[in-house]
Ligand binder design. Structure first.
Ligand code: NAD
Ligand code: ZN
Length: 360
């Protein structure tokens, strides 16, 4: 079992990564007497069906009351109504300021449960138990949120977990498009921060459904290390944390415009990364073999072009709405070199010209 440590301004917390990582949870809870006598597990319907019993069994001899709140799967978990219902459950179960919330699920459950923990009685402890590859990113760093009709993650907080137990056994049931979604973020982390890791990925990863457990464990740990390093430098996202948005400006706009669910987050981000790499070569002096990159990610099953159902103007509008800007320009994260992100602000007409070249 590997353990990484995430350093933040007021605490350092462990991230256990490995097969059967949750077996370490009971001892962690016993050693941390600070946690009170009750636990609320928040999980979604799909993950609950698959792994709730495993988690409950793991907790069977810890002498705490264990309660459960099951929420809808996916983005439907991140609504105000679901958030409110979790708070109601917590009040019904008499959770107090020392009670612990366990988030068992992907990024959606982690964001929701973390926001419940951040706000219930002005903040109670929580532990992340991520079950998707994407959640290697969302479970670390303390950004927690729910959505508003006006936009994703509009209501949130910074609330760091007490620990992350990343049990790789849970990933076995992930559908392939979710594997791809999470792996896009790993490729992003390599590109923005770790050229050696990027070259390891291109050498070793040739098919999403043939990744073996050792490779997956290595890639996830590297990804978490990149994220942890950036969070350490800029916990509250005043500067370098924004580099994690590489590929996300256009990626989010595609995700929003085609409608959530028809393309996964990471699949949108991959198209956004191809776009950002193109811009980086043209405007930021990046020396990069884009053709090989496109061939590689295409062989992994990613799309690299914008769906033809969308229009450039619509994407510009969506990017501005996402970033809440009204001016005639948009700022992108680009790479000056592999591992050296920068930001560049570009005018609308220039962006439209570039986007027009990206359609399928
Ligand atoms: P998700 O939690 O919606 O999970 C995707 C789907 O996979 C869901 O239907 C879920 O039920 C299912 N699932 C989860 N684990 C499974 C398993 N082991 N086996 C089978 N099915 C499983 O989505 P996600 O991709 O993990 O996360 C996306 C969310 O994360 C978004 O809401 C995004 O805003 C958020 N996010 C947050 C941060 C952050 O820093 N807080 C960073 C990135 C993304
Ligand atoms: Zn992302």
């Amino acid at each position: 079992m590997d353990v990484l440590h995430i350093e933040t301004s007021n605490k350092t917390y462990p991230v256990y990564v490995g097969q059967n990582a949750i077996a370490l949870l009971p001892d962690f809870l016993k050693e941390n007497n600070a946690f009170g006598s009750s636990i609320l597990i928040i999980t979604d319907e799909s993950v609950g069906h698959l792994y709730l019993q495993t988690l409950k069994d793991t907790l069977s001899d810890i002498e705490k009351e264990v309660y459960v709140s099951i929420v809808p799967s996916g983005e439907k978990a991140k609504t105000f109504d679901v958030y409110y219902s979790c708070l109601t459950r917590a009040l019904e179960f008499n959770l107090n300021r020392k009670s612990l919330i366990l988030a068992l699920g992907g990024g959606a459950v982690g964001d929701l449960a973390g926001f419940v923990a951040a706000t219930y009685m002005r903040g109670i402890p929580f532990i992340q138990i991520p079950t998707t590859i994407l959640a290697h990113d969302s479970a670390v760093g303390g950004k927690v949120a729910i959505n508003h009709e006006a936009g994703k993650n509009m209501i949130g907080a910074f609330h760091q977990p007490e620990a992350v137990f990343y049990d790789l056994n849970f990933l076995a049931t992930l559908p392939l498009h979710e594997v791809r979604s999470g792996f896009a973020e790993i490729i992003k982390e390599a590109l923005i921060e770790d050229p050696d890791f990027y070259s390891w990925l291109t050498t070793n990863i040739h098919s999403m459904d043939l990744i073996d457990m050792d490779q997956l464990a290595f890639a996830i740990k590297k990804g978490i290390a990149v994220k942890g390093g950036i969070v350490k430098q800029d916990e509250m996202e005043n500067g370098v944390r924004a580099y994690l948005n590489f590929g996300h400006t256009l990626g989010h706009a595609i995700e929003n415009s085609v409608g959530y669910g028809s393309i996964t987050h990471g699949e949108g981000v991959m198209i956004g990364m191809v776009f950002a790499l193109k811009l980086s070569i043209k405007y930021a002096g990046l020396n990069f073999d884009l053709t090989s990159f496109i061939n590689w990610v295409t062989s992994l099953g990613y799309k690299t072009k914008i769906p033809s159902s969308l229009k450039a103007e619509q994407l510009i509008y969506a990017m501005k709405k996402d970033k809440k800007t009204t001016g005639r320009e948009i700022t992108f994260v680009l790479l000056a070199e592999e591992g050296k992100p920068i930001t560049k602000t570009m005018a609308d007409d220039e962006i439209i010209t570039e986007i027009e070249l990206m359609f399928e």
